[in-house]
Design a protein around this ligand. Structure first.
Ligand code: GRF
Length: 216
């Protein structure tokens, strides 16, 4: 099976990017990262990509008059690199509806909560304030509304009574590093497909998303 050409969009430290890079070193993932794009020149993920021999580029959003102009340049770079699937990995820019439509069903994201709970920022502090007992992360296809879209994988993580946002974030991040490679492999090997707003796994819509539970 030819490796799926992946572009990863980042803004920061890139620990999920690192997990994806390592996953792609396994032929079973059936994916190859052909480009890492960052809107921040100082993103730590750029160093990780370079160390792994992955092509990188910086597109500074501040150099563009509006979101549409920035997104058009993103789109151009991705297409030039032959990208077939976009992975958002800590990319901190809101994407335009036009860009999201252009990459519909070809763009996935990781979010540090069990969606649809805690869309947006500060997920761990909000979860702790609510006293939830399970936190986690979600890998999903991207739709125009922020942090929505068909769910591919969720990993559940227990909340400890003495958790701080930082300690919970660290536990969830470890789960992210397992969930995102799994989701990429499922998509790249064709085991997961998206039909409308539902995921089909191995041709069976009723099985829905993959759940990784706390003991997994
Ligand atoms: C992760 O928590 C991810 O879920 C969220 O942004 C963070 C990125 O971390 N979207 P990293 O840059 O991958 O280390």
């Amino acid at each position: 099976m030819a490796a799926l050409k992946v572009g990863v969009l980042i803004s920061g430290r890139g620990s999920n990017l690192q997990a994806l890079i390592e996953a792609c070193q396994d032929p079973a993932t059936a994916a190859e990262i052909v480009l890492v794009l960052s809107n921040k020149a100082n993103a730590g993920g750029l160093v990780r990509a370079a160390a792994a021999g992955v092509a990188t580029a910086v597109i500074d959003h501040k150099a563009y008059a509006d979101r549409a102009g920035f997104d058009a340049e993103l789109d151009r770079r991705l297409k030039t690199a032959g990208v077939e699937l976009v992975c958002l990995a800590g990319f901190m820019r809101i994407l335009t509806d036009g860009f999201i439509a252009a990459w519909r069903d070809r763009m996935i994201n990781i979010h540090p909560s069990l969606l649809p709970a805690y869309r947006g920022l500060d997920t761990h502090a909000r979860a702790l304030a609510d006293g939830v007992k399970l936190a986690g992360c979600t890998v999903h296809y991207v739709r125009p509304e922020l942090d929505t879209g068909p769910i591919i994988v969720q990993a559940a993580v227990p909340v400890a009574s003495d958790d701080t946002p930082e300690s919970l974030a660290a536990r969830v991040l470890a789960a992210e590093h397992r969930a995102y490679p799994l989701a990429l492999r499922l998509v790249a090997t064709g085991r997961v497909k998206v039909e409308g707003e539902r995921i089909v796994l191995d041709g069976r819509p009723e099985t829905g998303a993959i759940l990784m539970n706390p003991s997994a």
